[in-house]
Design a protein around this ligand. Structure first.
Ligand code: ACO
Length: 330
């Protein structure tokens, strides 16, 4: 069974409620119709009657709950929660109301925070920054986690590398500045993400342009230090590096460059040394290898909220909702 079909089956087995705030985009309705028909999740759409009529015309979303952000009987509860969480940052009831009415992602995150939804998916018509900022501000990280990061579950066709073509790539979406400590934490979260979504053990490669000291530079030292920290802080984590991509993936290259490594040649979870490398790397594999790229999925948040690419299709939204629902089960 393809990865995403397994995820859908898991989502169906214990249905969660996922909120879609982008009623200004037709793809939201096309996706909602499919999700309801396939029984993957219960869906809440945030939108005014005008937005629903204009963009939802022709789609059967009769099984979805529609929340009008201007006339919702629960709205005061969300305003109060917003002020409780962000009052110290200057959020007054008036600012809370205006923000929620202007940007439905805030509304969606408050619904999650108040227990009225289990997760949210947005980003078909909003940038990554604007999609995840409300989640960072309102939902915050899981206890003990310092930073939220973003990964892609990559499904490479006709590939025997990694986990028969399945990989987690991280961080491809969030952190513009990563030091060794952040990289080590990303490695641990990425391994958990790989295992929870695929059911397989993660083998984490910390990527660089150097393998085990073959090059000398501060960038290389940063990754080598991250490997040391990851091994110290997460003793159960199967991690190694620093490794070049070919040494991480290809057994014959690993035998030459890192013969003593248990990860080299067999990595299924790739931690990139910077956001540039991660973002460019996943798009290269997606476009040149025609790989499925599910994400960016956020890891380290207290509740599952996930982003979409603005070039996404309705089916990508369906897949991301299924992943979000499975994260919510965990
Ligand atoms: N983890 C946890 N919390 C965070 C993180 C993080 N990684 N980053 C910021 N925060 C918190 C801050 O502490 C702050 O909390 P506070 O307001 O309670 O004090 C809050 O989030 C807002 O932080 P800011 O720094 O003010 O927010 P800003 O918008 O400047 O930055 C953002 C956050 C949006 C994630 C930024 O880092 C960003 O734009 N990253 C790059 C996103 C991007 O463009 N990715 C590439 C495209 S993705 C793709 O191609 C699919």
């Amino acid at each position: 069974m393809a990865f995403i079909d397994e995820i859908k089956a898991r989502a169906k087995a214990d249905k969660k409620t996922i909120v879609l705030p982008e009623s200004m985009d037709k793809r939201t309705f096309e996706a909602a119709e499919k999700i309801i028909k396939e029984d993957i999740a219960d869906i809440i759409i945030i939108g005014t009657p005008e937005e629903i009529a204009k963009n939802g015309a022709g789609y059967d979303i009769s099984g979805a709950t529609i929340i009008d952000p201007f006339n919702d009987p629960n709205k005061q509860k969300y305003i109060d929660k917003f002020v409780e969480l962000r009052g110290k940052k200057g959020v007054t009831p008036e600012i809370a109301q205006e923000t929620m009415e202007k940007d439905y992602m805030y509304y969606a995150c408050l619904m999650c925070k108040c227990g009225d939804a289990d997760g949210a998916v947005s980003g078909a018509c909003h940038s990554t920054g604007n999609t995840i900022r409300p989640a960072l501000q309102l939902l915050k990280t899981k206890p003990g986690i310092s930073s939220v990061s973003g990964f892609f579950l990559m499904e490479v066709p006709n590939c025997t590398l990694g986990e028969d073509g399945l990989f987690v790539f991280a961080d491809c979406a969030v952190n513009t500045d990563v030091d060794s400590a952040k990289l080590a934490e990303i490695a641990s979260l990425a391994a958990e993400s790989f295992t929870s979504l695929t059911g397989k053990d993660a083998r984490v490669a910390m990527l660089s342009y150097s393998t085990m000291g073959s090059a000398k530079h501060d960038d290389v030292t940063k990754v080598a230090e991250a490997v040391k920290l990851a091994k110290e802080n997460y003793p159960d984590l199967v991690v190694d590096g620093e490794l070049q991509l070919d040494a991480a993936l290809v057994p014959e290259v690993a035998a030459l460059k890192a013969p003593d490594s248990k990860v080299a040649g067999h990595a299924n979870t790739l931690v990139f040394p910077s956001l540039e490398a991660g973002n460019i790397g996943y798009k290269l594999v997606q476009r040149l290898a025609n790989a499925g790229a599910y994400g960016p999925v956020l890891q380290g948040l207290s509740m599952p909220v996930n982003d979409l690419s603005r070039g996404c299709y309705a089916d990508d939204i369906v897949g991301t909702v299924a992943i979000t629902a499975v994260q919510a089960q965990g």
